[in-house]
Ligand binder design. Structure first.
Ligand code: GLU
Ligand code: MG
Length: 441
C-alpha cells in the first residue's frame, strides 16, 4: 500500500485501561485513525486482568486463552498534550472493557465503578463527589531539602511546571503541588469532581507525573513505601455526597462531626467493611508497612474530626467558607497499588450499605487510636486493620455482604493475581520488596 500524504508525521494514540494491579495498559494506533478507534474500540483479552504488577501472568486465573473483549473508548477522557520538549505528545483515551455485545465486563474496574455510581443513585438519589490526593517520591534527586520547603520545590521547579500544565491540558483539575514531609516527597491534589471523573483524573495524573519525571532523568514513584521504616506515600480520597441537582448534602450543624445523616451512614458503612475493603484499596505486600500507627495514615477502623491517624478524617470548612459546600470526609487507607476505580467502587458500595441499613456511626475519635488501650478501642468499635494481603482477603471471606458486590470471576481472578504477586516476593526482605514496588509504581 502506498503511503498517504501526512502518514509520515502521524503519531500514536492509545486506548488504555487501568486494571486490578492499578497499572495502566493498552494499545496504540495511528492518531489519524482516532475516529475509527473511538467508534469500534480495539481488542483486549480477559486473561490480561490476571497480570501481576511484576509482569508475569498469574496461574490458575479463571480465564483461559479463549474469548475477546473490546476496549471501548470514553471520548470525554481524551488526553492530548504536547509538553513541547521534543517528545511525542501524550495522546490517549481511557476505556471501559466490554464484551462483543457492548455489555460491561464484570471484572473491569472502570465499569464496576460506573455500576456502583448508578446503584447508589438508584437507591438514594445521591452521587459522590471525590478528589484523589497523591503523594509520591523522587528516588534519585541529587540534593535534599527541608520538608515542605520552597527549596524542595525549587529542586524540581521545571518539572512541577510541566506537571501542572499537563494536568491542566488534560482536564484533571490540578489544585496544588507541594513539597511533602519525606525526603524527595511531593504531593499533588486535584479539584473535587464526580466520582468517575475523579478516578479518571487519578489514573491520568499518575501517568503524567511518572513520564514527565522520566524525561527529566528523575524517577518518581507512588509506591506506598520506599524503605520499610520510612515515610509512606498515601492516596487520600476526599469525598462527599451530592443531590441530583448537584448541591452538596454533607453538612448538618447538629449531626456527628456536623455531618448530614446520609454522609454519617455512608461513613459508617465504609468503617464496617474497612477490614475487607483494604484488600482492594491497599493491596500490595508492602501496603501494611504504611498502614501503621504514627504514620498519619490509617492503622485502625475509626473516624475523627481533623484526625490524621484515623482512617476517615472529617474535614470541616475553614471559617468564613460555606460549610454547606466545603464540609467533606477523607479516606486515608488507600495507596497507589490499587486501581482508583476499585477504590471508589468499593467505597461507594460500602457507603450505600451504610445508608441502606442506617448503620450507626461509631463515636468520633478525638485521640490517636494507638494511644488507647485495647479495651478502650474495643469499647469504641475501633479495630486494627489487617496486617497483610492474605489477612485482608480472609476478611473478604468473612464479609459476605462485601463479597457479594463482585462476581465469582472477579474474586477468583483477583485472588489468583494477588497469590502470584506475593509468590514472586517470597524470600524477599522488606527492603527488597520496597525496591521492587518502587520500580513498578
Ligand atoms: N504520608 C502519609 C500517608 O502515608 C500522609 C501524610 C499527610 O497527612 O499528608 O498517608
Ligand atoms: Mg500529604
Amino acid at each position: 500500500m502506498s503511503a498517504k500524504s501526512g502518514e509520515a508525521s502521524d503519531a500514536l494514540c492509545f486506548l488504555l485501561t487501568n486494571d486490578f494491579s492499578g497499572l495502566t495498559r493498552g494499545r496504540g494506533f495511528p492518531a489519524s485513525a482516532l475516529d475509527q478507534f473511538v467508534k469500534s474500540g480495539c481488542g483486549w483479552v480477559h486473561a490480561n486482568q490476571a497480570l501481576t504488577p511484576f509482569g508475569p501472568i498469574a496461574a490458575n486465573h479463571p480465564f483461559g486463552p479463549l474469548g475477546d473483549l473490546r476496549l471501548r473508548a470514553d471520548p470525554s477522557t481524551l488526553v492530548h498534550h504536547d509538553a513541547g520538549d521534543g517528545s511525542e505528545p501524550f495522546h490517549f483515551i481511557l476505556c471501559d472493557l466490554v464484551d462483543y455485545e457492548g455489555n460491561r465486563w464484570d471484572c473491569d474496574p472502570r465499569s464496576l465503578l460506573q455500576s456502583a455510581i448508578e446503584k447508589l443513585f438508584e437507591e438514594t438519589g445521591l452521587y459522590v463527589n471525590a478528589s484523589f490526593e497523591h503523594e509520591f517520591m523522587m528516588t534519585n534527586l541529587s540534593e535534599n531539602a527541608p520538608p515542605f520547603s520552597y527549596r524542595a520545590y525549587r529542586l524540581i521547579d521545571k518539572l512541577c511546571g510541566k506537571i501542572l500544565r499537563a494536568m491542566q491540558d488534560a482536564g484533571t483539575g490540578p489544585e496544588m503541588i507541594l513539597p511533602e514531609y519525606g525526603a524527595g516527597q511531593f504531593e499533588v491534589t486535584m479539584q473535587p469532581t464526580r466520582a468517575l471523573r475523579a478516578a479518571d483524573n487519578a489514573v491520568i495524573m499518575r501517568e503524567l507525573v511518572r513520564e514527565l519525571s522520566r524525561r527529566e532523568g528523575l524517577h518518581a514513584t507512588f509506591s506506598p513505601k520506599l524503605i520499610p521504616n520510612g515515610v509512606g506515600n498515601g492516596v487520600h480520597v476526599h469525598f462527599g455526597l451530592l443531590r441530583e441537582d448537584g448541591t452538596p448534602c454533607n453538612y448538618d450543624a447538629q449531626g456527628p462531626g456536623q455531618m448530614s445523616a446520609p454522609l454519617a451512614h455512608f461513613c459508617a458503612g465504609i468503617l464496617r467493611h474497612l477490614p475487607a475493603l483494604i484488600a482492594l484499596t491497599a493491596p500490595s505486600a508492602i501496603s501494611n508497612l504504611r498502614l501503621q500507627p504514627h504514620h498519619w495514615s490509617a492503622a485502625f477502623t475509626c473516624i475523627g474530626v481533623q484526625n490524621r491517624e484515623a482512617s476517615l478524617r472529617i474535614c470541616p470548612a475553614v471559617s468564613g467558607a460555606s460549610a454547606e459546600r466545603a464540609h467533606h470526609v477523607e479516606f486515608r487507607a488507600a495507596d497507589a497499588c490499587a486501581s482508583p476505580y476499585l477504590v471508589l467502587a468499593s467505597m461507594i458500595l460500602a457507603g450505600l450499605d451504610g445508608i441502606r441499613n442506617k448503620i450507626a456511626l461509631p463515636e468520633l475519635l478525638t485521640a490517636d487510636p494507638s494511644s488507647l488501650s485495647e479495651a478502650q478501642r474495643n469499647a469504641g468499635g475501633i479495630h486494627p486493620l489487617p496486617g497483610s494481603v492474605p489477612e485482608a482477603l480472609a476478611e473478604v471471606d468473612k464479609d459476605r455482604e462485601l463479597k457479594s458486590w463482585f462476581s465469582e470471576d472477579f474474586w477468583n481472578c483477583y485472588r489468583a493475581m494477588k497469590r502470584a504477586e506475593l509468590g514472586m516476593l517470597e524470600g524477599s526482605s522488606a527492603e527488597e520488596m520496597c525496591t521492587r514496588y518502587s520500580q513498578v509504581y
